[in-house]
Design a protein around this ligand. Structure first.
Ligand code: GLC
Length: 750
């Protein structure tokens, strides 16, 4: 029987709440005593009030004022007028019995006024420092508007491009999602949660929301505990380790138990195993929706299930307000459960310093779109844009070019390029590709025709003008993809082509014989394989945010060399989904030499003539583009892969070094990636797992030695007995520029 190494990674925390690794105006013992003292003074109505979040009504109508005076509200979401927020806080502090300030929540997902690339684009930067900076800026803008709590980062590992909320995710890999999520939390919360410009972050949606069956939002999920623990939970554990102060329950059910009613998730994993000391908010009306799920017959049962599962605060629905007293009277819940829920909420309010500093002073209000914010948003966009194809060195373009035909429905759309979840985005700030091109080249050299009124337009009346313009140009730039509303919450798609008549227009433009550059703005991977054949070069910009146009132009003309890498696999067709790099090998792995394309299969071929391996006869096994893929204007060479040892113990650290050389003609940054495979496990293991990445900048001809230090404990997984273990045995390590990395070495754990 193989020895197995159990990993007991626990925090020995002192004090009633456990420890947290964050500085604040008050230390945890001082906060604890203030919280207990305050709760002991509260009436039951006031306690129920703290567990209630309402949606902003606009202004402070009488009924809201009365509720605040009675201490019946703990939080408001979607109020972003700073004067209204100050008025609300003033009423709560000065006109209620105990003067408890409110949490003011808002979805600040990838910017507030200054909009950064959507999170999927931020993930494509593979630059956690950039993600942290973006979150810091978003927090400063939101805080100056009165917001002190954001419902971000979204940490749902997303492997299904049909799902509209993949736009809001950091992609398909647990490690990359974990690193980006922690960076965003650190950006939002800062080093001191009580300082100006810091806001509370929220790890959402706990858990498994992105595994919706069929990629259809809100749909049921079926996630075995091992997959849950090895794939979907790690980013949330990383969030706890990054000291996130709130969690949000997901809308989905997992194997029949809705997240909002899931004791295993919140009581067992989050509290007992991870020692989380913050609080949990439901998603919008998700306690009430337990009735729709069919596991609660009425609001009282719904409240019982959500409170019992450990959801502290109810967002917008009123099952708690209506039922907690009944549940107490009937002995179905205890006052200790209510006190605990309230204490965890109040603790965060104290950590925020809300009791001492509840207001945003005049001189600190509405601090938006500073030059350094816009500069940072542009740099994030530059680092998020993926070069997928560049034949005949079409890119970068020469600045001496005389006539560019800029065509496409998203070439000059100030709102659309901001993407989903930009409630407060200021589209007047947007720099579109058209504006940026005119600014860079001069208006006379840029001829623009949308060709299609919107990305979904099917009619072709705009084709002829666009084609005529293209015929007179030196190069065609087509800017298309998905308008903003086509991704995001509740916007799943069953096909993933470019919408409308875009693909027909691109094919017509190709007939002009001019060099054609395709710029895709989208909230998800699209199946662009066929249409890309009409283009000489393809740039994938996601929804790049406020400065997207300026970033695209800098890349088009080589002012910037693209470095982005895909955080998610691009399938050839929607029928290949779910498709991700860290898949299991199966008993009959695909043999690339053995694939006969469906159209090439001889008629009346014998049953077994195709070889019985796992693939699609019409699409093979490979994706269009693999996880981690992205080109540069230069080329990088990996060599000299070395390991510090061949055999490691569980407490060792794997030291990996290799040489990286810039063998091309441009200075560039390579996102080097390190993958590991556990060759034989107590259960089946993925064929590759990302365990490290580094951005390395190299001048032309420059060589650098790159090193990774990976603790062997990072190779743990949950075995047959659901124990987290690292098993001795053989492993392979790869380094490279994407998940198809081939430079490898073997090692063993003893
Ligand atoms: C939404 C989303 C959640 C968001 C909340 C508040 O339905 O699921 O992510 O934070 O409601 O807007």
């Amino acid at each position: 029987m193989k020895k197995m190494y159990f990993l007991y990674i626990g925090l020995l925390c002192l004090g009633m709440w456990g420890c947290s690794n964050r500085k604040s105006v008050l230390d945890s013992t001082e906060i604890d005593s203030k919280v207990v003292k305050l709760v002991n003074q509260m009436t039951l109505d006031e306690k129920i009030g703290q567990m209630r979040q309402i949606n902003a009504l606009g202004g402070v109508p009488e009924n809201l004022k009365a509720a605040l005076q009675e201490g019946e509200i703990g939080s408001i979401l979607n109020e972003v007028d700073v004067n209204t927020v100050n008025e609300i806080q003033k009423i709560a502090l000065e006109e209620s019995r105990l003067g408890i300030p409110l949490l003011i929540g808002r979805d600040v997902i990838h910017g507030f006024k200054t909009i950064f690339p959507i999170p999927l684009g931020l993930a494509a930067t593979w630059n956690p420092e950039m993600v942290k900076e973006g979150a810091r800026i978003a927090a400063q803008e939101a805080w100056s508007s009165g917001v002190n709590w954001t419902f971000a980062p979204m940490l749902d590992v997303s492997r299904d491009a049909r799902w509209g909320r993949i736009a809001e995710s950091f992609g398909e890999d647990p490690y990359l999602v974990s690193v980006m999520g922690a960076a965003m939390i650190n950006g939002f919360q800062g080093d001191d949660l009580s300082s100006d410009g810091s806001i509370v972050a929220c790890a959402k949606h706990f858990a498994g929301y992105g595994v919706a069956e069929g990629g259809r939002d809100y749909n049921t999920t079926l996630i075995p505990q091992r997959e849950l623990r090895d794939v979907y939970l790690p980013p949330f554990k990383a969030a706890v380790d990054a000291n996130v102060r709130t969690f949000m329950a997901g809308f989905n059910d997992i194997d029949g138990i809705p997240a909002t009613a899931n004791k295993f998730l919140f009581r067992q994993v989050l509290r007992k195993e991870w020692l989380f000391t913050g609080f949990v908010v439901s998603d919008w009306a998700s306690p009430y929706e337990l009735i729709n799920h069919g596991i609660a017959a009425n609001e009282k049962e719904a409240a019982l299930q959500a409170i019992s599962a450990g959801v502290n605060m109810e967002m917008t629905s009123t099952t708690y307000k209506q039922s907690i007293k009944l549940l107490l009277d009937e002995g179905l819940i205890t006052m200790d459960m209510v006190n605990r829920a309230v204490q965890e909420i109040l603790r965060v309010k104290f950590e925020l310093g809300l009791f001492e500093n509840p207001y945003v002073s005049k001189e600190k209000q509405n601090q938006f779109a500073k030059q350094e914010y816009l500069h940072s948003a542009k740099q994030a966009a530059v680092e998020s844009i993926v070069l997928l194809k560049n034949e005949k060195s079409t890119l970068p373009l020469d600045k001496s070019i005389e006539n560019i035909a800029l065509i496409g429905p998203l070439a000059n759309e100030m709102y659309e390029q901001l993407g989903t979840w930009i409630f407060d985005g200021d589209s007047s700030l947007t720099v579109t590709p058209y504006a940026a091109l005119k600014d860079y080249l001069g208006e006379s050299k840029v001829n623009y025709a949308a060709g299609l009124i919107a990305s979904r337009t099917k009619t072709k009346e705009g084709f002829s003008k666009a084609i005529k313009m293209a015929e007179k140009s030196d190069v065609i730039i087509f800017c298309g993809g998905e308008e903003s509303i086509l991704s995001g919450e509740a916007h799943s798609r069953s096909t993933l082509n470019l919408p409308g008549a875009q693909e027909q227009l691109i094919k017509e433009l190709q007939k002009t014989g001019k060099p054609l550059v395709l710029l895709v703005l989208a909230g998800r991977p699209l199946t662009i394989g066929e249409v890309s054949k009409s283009a000489d070069a393809v740039l994938y910009a996601w929804h790049p945010g406020t400065m997207g146009g300026a970033a695209l132009v800098d890349i088009l003309f080589g002012e910037e060399n693209p470095s982005a890498k895909l955080p998610v696999t691009f399938p050839k067709g929607v029928g290949q989904i779910p498709m991700y790099y860290n898949h299991k090998n199966s008993g009959r792995p695909f043999d690339p030499t053995g694939w006969v394309q469906m159209d090439d299969i001889p008629v009346k071929a014998s049953q077994t003539s195709l070889g019985n391996t796992s693939h699609y006869i019409d699409a093979g096994f490979e994706p269009l583009y693999p996880f981690g893929y992205g080109l540069s204007y230069t080329q990088f060479e990996y060599s000299q892969l070395k390991l510090s040892k061949v055999k490691y113990s569980i407490n060792d650290t794997l030291k990996v070094t290799f040489s990286l050389k810039n063998v091309g003609d441009y200075k560039g940054t390579e996102v080097t990636q390190l993958y590991v495979r556990d060759l034989v496990g107590n259960v089946t293991r993925p064929v590759k797992e990302l365990k490290g990445f580094k951005r390395v900048e190299l001048n032309v001809g420059e060589i650098k030695e790159v090193s990774f230090h990976i603790p062997v404990s990072h190779f743990s997984f949950h075995n047959k007995n659901m124990e987290e273990v690292v098993e001795p045995g053989g492993f392979t390590v790869w380094v490279g520029g994407d998940s198809n990395a081939t430079l490898s070495e073997a090692f063993a754990v003893e």
